[in-house]
Design a protein around this ligand. Structure first.
Ligand code: AMP
Length: 566
């Protein structure tokens, strides 16, 4: 379907689309619009942000709304306030030539009273976050008994954000014969569960293969030792003076740390995370949209719903815990036909994770070396030169000063003047990078260093009370450790997973902290505990003895009540 006219959309809607400058349907719109205009069947669509999915579900849904009936006929659920507002704004634009249609957003973190007032006026289309929708339903303020279309946008995201109970509660109250449209960037088990429980033999569609974003994104990775992560980030920013991108971190703490470091080092950067108030978040997002900020350091959740189309880079400061998240992240660049680069900064032990992402996201990463000082300086120099050459000169304004300026340059030749000008800006880069080391990780060197460290007894061998029986794998064990320590940077040595328990080596400096923190974690329903393995018998004996008596305690753990190991 090459034109919107062919889709069967009504005149008022076609006019609104034209005003928006949409010339032809995106692949997902070409698939869904005419289909949804003709069927009441449920639909499950695999589509990422940036594919035009809002119009894909919004336009045909709008056409089915009866403007004369003030009752709520369409409920759209979205994971964040930002996304809910964005969908509302889009729907209002699509409906601008249809009289009597009211689109109302309701979301948490804002006055519920005002939202109740808005709903009272009559809203045929309600766009809601799940928590607020459930609250309003419970208060009897949101009525869903006349709903004929329910849309779940970014369903995977709603579920990973923990809205499962809310979704269950809302879905259970909506009429059975409604049409449900589910949009998701990934098809997780939980999404499958929702579709099984609440949808009736849905049609399935996927635009992943045709997704323009994916084609225009180059996926690369830099492999460094964990301690050089920040240095790599700086080099990426320095290598691309016009960078405009999001730096994704795993935790709020990491987000704050990285943003603070960047700001301290003079970059136009700021953080976006869940600990900020809504007005702080709005302010940061506004500055980022206006390009006052070049780098936005964000958690996955906080960055959702941020609608920016022309990012040059997405940087994975740490890989996401959930493999599927990579798709969300990288899909934020390479939009609207622009080219984009998604960079993963990894250490040697994360290569498996990278392979998982390649498999699930059907992409290929290219290994690129971290730019060295000479490359960065050369890029900076060229960018500066371009800037000087392309600067608009206001002859009239500058004229009165020229004589004195020429006089100051009298003793310099043209070539020397150029050198001086460029050096005023450039010297700080030369200074910073003159002794810059090669920080690319050499895998063989990395392995050797782990070995050396083991020999130097920097590692502590620990016993963990779960094993193969609980489906523990080395990757899951690393995940548990990273989770407990809230860091991906702790050195882990040899891992041995046995039937009922496991052993692993860890940087001695982190062993105590891990023992404390791991007690808060459950794995496959078991409380976790670690303790030092008995070095003289390779740990195995310790494990057997450990059932009766603990061989040795960590400092600070004595006298504390701990859950039993078995
Ligand atoms: P979405 O995936 O719905 O967030 O849309 C991504 C961006 O693409 C938004 O800025 C839309 O306004 C824009 N867009 C959606 N459909 C079209 C279209 N057919 N032509 C041009 N731009 C579009």
């Amino acid at each position: 379907m090459n034109t919107f006219i062919e889709t069967g959309l009504q005149e008022e809607i076609l006019q609104a689309i034209q005003d928006l400058g949409y010339e032809k349907p995106t692949p997902i719109q070409a698939k869904t619009i005419s289909h949804l205009l003709q069927t009441e069947k449920d639909l499950m669509a695999l589509a990422q942000t940036g594919t035009g999915k809002t119009a894909a579900f919004g336009l045909p849904t709008l056409q089915k709304v009866n403007p004369q009936n003030k009752a709520t006929q369409v409920l759209i659920l979205a994971p964040t306030r930002e996304l809910a507002l964005q969908i509302t704004a889009d729907m209002q634009k699509f409906a601008k030539y249809i009289k009597g249609i009211n689109v109302v957003p309701v979301y948490g973190g804002a006055s519920i009273e005002n939202q109740i007032k808005d709903l009272k006026k009559g809203a045929q289309i309600v766009v809601a976050t799940p928590g607020r929708a459930k609250d309003l339903l419970n208060r009897g303020r949101l009525k869903v008994d006349q709903i004929n279309t329910l849309i779940l946008d970014e369903a995977d995201e709603m579920l990973t954000m923990g809205f499962k109970d809310e979704l269950d509660a809302i879905l259970a109250q909506t009429p059975v014969d409604k049409q449900t449209l589910l949009f998701s960037a990934t098809m997780s088990k939980e999404v499958e569960r929702i579709s099984k429980n609440y949808m009736h033999q849905p049609d399935k569609m996927s635009v992943a293969a045709e997704n323009k974003g994916a084609d225009t994104v180059e996926h690369i990775y830099h492999m460094v030792s964990a301690k050089h992560r920040y240095e790599v980030l700086k080099r990426i920013a320095d290598m691309h003076p016009d960078i405009y991108g999001i730096v994704f971190c795993r935790t709020r703490r990491e987000t704050k740390d990285v943003a603070a470091k960047l700001m301290n080092d003079g970059y136009n950067a700021d953080a976006l995370h869940g600990d900020m108030s809504q007005s702080q978040r709005d302010d940061v997002m506004k500055r980022f949209r206006n390009k006052q900020l070049q780098l936005l350091v964000a958690t996955d959740v906080a960055a959702r719903g941020l609608d920016v189309n022309n990012l040059t880079h997405v940087i994975n400061y740490n890989l996401p815990d959930q493999t599927e998240y990579y798709t969300h992240r990288s899909g934020r660049t390479g939009r609207a036909g622009n080219k984009g680069t998604s960079i993963a900064i990894i250490h040697t032990r994360e290569k498996n994770k990278l392979r998982d992402i390649e498999r699930i996201s059907k992409i290929k990463f290219a290994h690129k070396l971290v730019p060295n000082g000479a490359e960065i300086c050369s890029n900076q120099l060229m960018s500066l030169t371009d800037k000087v050459v392309n600067t608009k000169v206001d002859n009239k304004q500058i004229e009165p000063f020229l004589e004195e300026i020429y006089h100051k340059f009298e003793h310099l030749s043209k070539e020397e003047v150029i050198k001086h000008f460029v050096s005023t800006e450039f010297n700080r880069f030369i200074e910073y990078y003159k002794n810059a080391k090669d920080i690319n990780a050499d895998e063989s060197r990395e392995k050797k260093s782990v070995k050396e460290r083991r020999n130097n007894q920097d590692f502590t061998r620990l016993f963990l009370n779960v094993g193969k029986k609980e489906n523990l794998t080395p990757l899951r064990l690393i995940g548990i450790i990273n989770n407990a320590l809230d860091s991906n940077n702790v050195e882990i040595g040899k891992i041995e997973i046995l039937k009922n328990f496991s052993f692993f080596e860890i940087d001695s400096k982190a062993a105590n902290q891990l023992a404390q923190k791991i007690r808060d974690i459950q794995f496959e329903g078991r409380d976790l505990s670690v303790e030092p393995a008995n070095a003289s018998n390779g740990g195995r004996e310790n494990a057997r003895k450990g059932k009766r008596k603990r061989s040795k305690s960590f400092e600070g753990s004595k006298g504390r009540k701990r859950s039993s190991r078995r």
